[in-house]
Design a protein around this ligand. Structure first.
Ligand code: TYD
Ligand code: MG
Length: 453
């Protein structure tokens, strides 16, 4: 007799409970528990290990050189810390439609190793059509349209690939568990199966995981614990730029960043991102300022644009793309309280070029400058760059990697860079042509930019 059991799972962190709980005791999220029926069927018995692995003394173990195979994509290799480590399980997360399948399919058809691309979402004909658009260079790429992990495993034993790609974990199911694919228990079971396959056969496996904005499907946290590497693919669907970040990496740093552009023929690596994210016009327009940011280990110059205009309706609007809305409110409050700007009856719109999301706090100074520029209707030269975090009392706080920011601005031919005063030590002797201007407070910035007006 099949045994049916009802279990409650936290959608956010995957914690399990025998009864429903309002607040998850492990991640403290409210209302995240969902009920799932777990059935242990008699037919397909869960496998059991036959032979125990022996234990070794740590001093007797000779470390294998971590063999890293190239993914056929320079940006991805860099984000992974040099390449794909054998036997690793890599999760690629991102919102639906952002380009996850394209990114990994591109690797599969361009890498020089035997690849098995398993898709539970598309038929092999659809994948073939897409591959032809991108260009096939791999003579040993095998496509499989399947969702049952046990069948996939037997196909792996037959094909003997050196790299496996699973698109996507939400469509996979294991017959050992009776809940539907995409449910928390199925995702956990299937990821566990792929982890075992990766480790036992020493084959690296990429798994794609959809992340919805509301986190309605199993939250990403659930898988993050299990896998070796977590990559995130992000960007705005209405723009062409995409960023590949690593959030967790057991074999390298999480500092690296890959930047791509979506074309009709797949994703293309962007080698000089700073130049693309700057304004194309040579005219200086009011309301825009260039931020010298560092994303991961990479300096990135990006144009910030603000529009400040009198509110027509009662409550003024604040709207941002690529920047945290609460942070904007804080910057506006600082400008109002410390610098006497009357912003309470103004609409403020903020935009970062290319639909890219920046988390570096050093972007504050450029945003403040663009708001000031739009408010005063005076343009700031597009040859000026800004880097600095703005504090609650209007002070400009020091930021990390200031040398990288100065070097990149200098390399791109900027004339001046405004930096926090506290960052001045150590950068005085840099051999650069750019003029470095230290700022203590936001009011210093106002004086420096608009003194003669
Ligand atoms: P896809 O990889 O299917 O996204 P995901 O797997 O993350 O859901 O790609 C989605 C979008 O990419 C799709 O809307 C069309 C676009 N695209 C291109 O612009 N050029 C291309 O060459 C390909 C393959 C896709
Ligand atoms: Mg897809």
């Amino acid at each position: 007799m099949a045994k049916i059991k009802s279990v409650f799972f936290c959608k956010n962190c995957g914690a399990e409970s025998a009864k429903w709980i309002g607040k998850c005791p492990s991640c403290e999220e409210w209302n995240s528990y969902v009920e799932e029926k777990v059935v242990k069927t008699n037919g397909a018995k869960p496998r059991k290990k036959k032979k125990a692995n022996p234990a070794y003394n740590i001093n007797e173990i000779v470390p294998e050189q971590a063999i890293k195979i190239s993914s056929g994509d320079k940006e991805m290799d860099r984000v992974l810390g040099g390449g794909i480590v054998k036997g690793s399980l890599i999760l690629l997360g991102g919102e639906p439609g952002i380009g996850k399948s394209t990114l990994l399919l591109q690797s599969a058809i361009q890498v020089k190793t035997k690849v098995l691309y398993v898709s539970g979402e598309e038929s092999i004909q659809q994948i073939k059509l897409r591959s032809e658009r991108i260009g096939i260079h791999n003579t040993e790429c095998y496509l499989l349209s399947e969702t049952d992990v046990l069948k996939i495993e037997s196909q792996i034993d037959e094909t003997l690939p050196e790299l496996i790609i699973v698109d996507s974990i939400q469509t996979m199911f294991s017959p050992n568990i009776d809940s539907t694919s995409g449910s928390v228990s199925q995702i956990r079971e299937c990821t566990g199966s792929f982890l075992r396959i990766a480790k036992e056969k020493a084959i690296p496996i990429f798994i794609i995981g959809h992340i919805t904005k509301e986190g309605t499907i199993a939250g990403p946290k659930l898988l993050e614990h299990i896998v070796d590497v977590v990559l995130q693919f992000e960007g705005d669907q209405h723009y062409t730029y995409r960023i590949l970040r690593s959030i967790k990496n057991r074999f390298g740093s999480t500092d690296e960043l890959g930047i791509y552009e979506m074309h009709a023929k797949g994703l293309r690596e962007v080698e000089n991102p700073s130049e693309l994210l700057l304004s194309q016009s040579s005219e200086d327009l009011s309301g825009s300022a260039v931020a010298a940011t560092v994303e991961g280990a990479r300096p990135l110059l990006i144009e910030t644009q603000a529009l400040v205009s009198t509110a027509v309706y009662g409550t003024p609007q604040r709207s941002t793309t690529g920047f945290d809305g609460r942070r904007l409110s804080m910057l506006l409050a600082v400008l109002e309280k410390r610098c006497g700007l009357a912003l309470a009856n103004q609409d403020v719109f903020l935009n970062l070029a290319g639909g890219i999301k920046i988390v570096d706090p050093a972007i504050d100074l450029a945003i403040t400058a663009s708001i000031l520029s739009s408010y005063n209707n005076i343009s700031i030269s597009s040859r000026f760059a800004f880097a600095g975090e703005v504090g609650l009392s209007g002070e400009i706080r020091s930021v990390n990697r200031i040398e990288a920011r100065i070097y990149e601005s200098d390399r791109l031919g900027f004339e001046k860079i405004f930096i926090p005063h506290n960052n001045l030590k150590g950068v005085e002797n840099l051999k650069v042509n750019i003029e470095v201007l230290p700022m203590k407070k936001v009011s210093d910035l106002i004086d420096a930019l608009f003194a003669d007006t």
